[in-house]
Design a protein. Structure first.
Ligand code: URP
Ligand code: ZN
Ligand code: ZN
Ligand code: ZN
Length: 485
């Protein structure tokens, strides 16, 4: 078996920074130490050797709003590796009435082309006996312990509170984790209709129809429902202070809740929707929308303070042509933006480069925290002997200007176009395979493997112990009054 050694670098994990070489054999980390040798040598002089990024929120080749997102598992995972991300977690979405396993079969087919490892979250898009029963085998036989609920997209993916509560209770029983897209879909639908009636048909109408309050309200509602059901909750794409506040308060109260800001919301703001060029604005339409700039400080502070845990992309890329379906009616613009290739360089530049994050915090929020939450740590998210050799050799001096012309994604633009980043991969290894070599992408379609994740994580167990201990029980009384006398 050939071996690869990463020499002369500084290892950076979520908790440590130290100089050592890393020996890779059979797709795993075989040894960490000084002066190691191997068949192939990768020079990491001046670089940080970090766990590859994990993006827990992607939609590759996703059927949505009458079309399919343009990046599939081939181009999407190629883009991921180019930017130092070595694992993606995509959402398997059953259509109304479709079984969970049927939907998973479709995602199994699409994902055979992946260049890097991947896992799935299951979406609960409708509720009934079949879903209730299949949840168990999805968890136990397929190794999928995370279930997402859309509180928005009324008439399509949205579930009602009673369905969400039923699903959350089922997850508590099975040891799974609940996820939510938290926006009040009823309010969004009503605001959208009103805006259209009043002639607000352009992309800015999308932002007006989804004010921070719809996200704050839904986040708080999901947190309370999860608490009553006794299930840990992961809130995807936390974009504003209103939602962050609810998460922060819940965590401070001991509730098991995580928040996930996106790199887009950390670095781009709502002024993008006021651009005079329709295409420019429509390309940035996603839910939740980009926010007033003041929300960015809240999100960065949350990452520093630990009230927000993970930075993701929600990569769901549509071409300009696809976006144009919504000319004359913003509600028909396919929702989604890209970011897989840019998440790490953007977060490093605007986070570590500005002193908002330490390199160790960077590793935590791009890789290790989510590996622990999803229950695939330390197989993923770690530089340790025995861990998968999903590694990024990060050159903090390497610079570029982001441009659609040089990106891996198949779409014709990039929402970060023109941003200058400092900090890029020199090498990216996916289970030991060198997929980025001195910046050159050397993908291998089909190399990626599915990563199963077991239920009953330590957090699930702790929460159910606590809920059991504090559950209602009858008071044992001594003096029982005689009856019927
Ligand atoms: O606009 C977005 N975020 N599109 C992808 C689907 C979702 O809501 O996550
Ligand atoms: Zn039944
Ligand atoms: Zn969403
Ligand atoms: Zn999403």
């Amino acid at each position: 078996m050939t071996t690869t050694v990463i020499r002369n670098g500084t290892i950076v994990t979520h908790d440590l920074t130290y100089k050592a070489d890393v020996l890779v054999e059979g797709g795993r980390i075989a040894e960490i130490g000084e002066n190691l040798t191997g068949d192939e040598e990768l020079d990491a002089t001046g670089c940080y050797v970090m766990p590859g990024g994990i993006d827990p929120h992607t939609h590759l080749e996703m059927p949505f709003m009458g079309t399919y997102s343009a990046d599939d598992f081939e181009s999407g995972t190629r883009a991921a590796l180019a930017g130092g991300t070595t694992m993606v977690v995509d959402f398997a979405l059953p259509s109304p009435g479709q079984g969970l396993h049927d939907a998973l079969k479709m995602w199994d087919n699409k994902s055979t082309r992946a260049h890097c490892d991947y896992s799935f979250h299951m979406a609960v898009t409708w509720w009934g006996e079949q879903v209730f029963h299949e949840m168990k085998s999805v968890i136990e036989d397929r190794g999928i312990n995370t279930f997402k609920h859309f509180m928005a997209y009324k008439g399509a993916l949205m579930v009602q509170d009673d369905e969400m509560y039923a699903s959350f209770q089922r997850l508590a029983e099975l040891g799974g984790i609940a996820m939510v897209h938290a926006e009040n879909g009823d309010v969004v639908a009503d605001l959208s209709a009103r805006l259209l009636r009043e002639g607000n048909t352009g992309p800015e109408g999308h932002a007006y129809s989804r004010p921070p309050q719809v996200e704050g309200e839904a986040t708080n509602r999901a947190i309370m429902i999860a608490d009553m059901a006794g299930v840990p909750l992961y809130v995807v794409h936390t974009s504003c202070e209103d939602s962050h506040e609810a998460i922060r308060r819940a965590r401070q109260q001991g509730k098991r809740v995580w928040g996930e800001p996106l790199i887009q919301h950390l670095t781009l703001d709502e002024s993008e929707y006021f651009n005079q060029d329709w295409d420019y604005a429509a390309r940035r339409v996603m839910s939740p929308p980009f926010r007033d700039k003041k929300n960015q400080d809240s999100l960065w502070a949350g990452l520093q303070a630990g009230s927000l845990s993970v930075v993701a992309t929600d990569h769901c890329a549509f071409t300009t042509e696809q976006k144009r379906t919504g000319i004359g009616d913003f509600t028909k613009i396919p929702n989604g933006t890209g970011g897989l290739e840019d998440r790490l360089p953007m977060l490093w530049t605007y986070g570590v480069g500005t002193g908002r994050l330490t390199p160790n915090e960077f590793v935590a929020v791009t890789s290790t925290n989510i590996a622990k939450i999803l229950n695939c740590y330390p197989k993923k998210g770690a530089i340790r002997v025995g861990s998968d050799a999903d590694i990024v050799v990060w050159d903090p001096m390497k610079e570029k200007t982001i441009s659609a012309k040089t990106q891996q994604s198949v779409i014709d633009y990039n929402v970060f176009e023109g941003k200058h980043v400092k900090g890029l991969p020199r090498f990216t290894l996916t289970r030991g395979r060198v997929a980025v070599h001195d910046g050159e992408v050397r993908g291998q379609e089909g190399h990626g493997q599915f990563v199963p994740r077991e239920a009953n994580t330590p957090v699930n167990r702790a929460l159910s112990t606590w809920k059991e201990l504090t559950s209602p029980r009858p008071v044992e009384r001594t003096g029982i009054p005689a009856t019927g006398v």
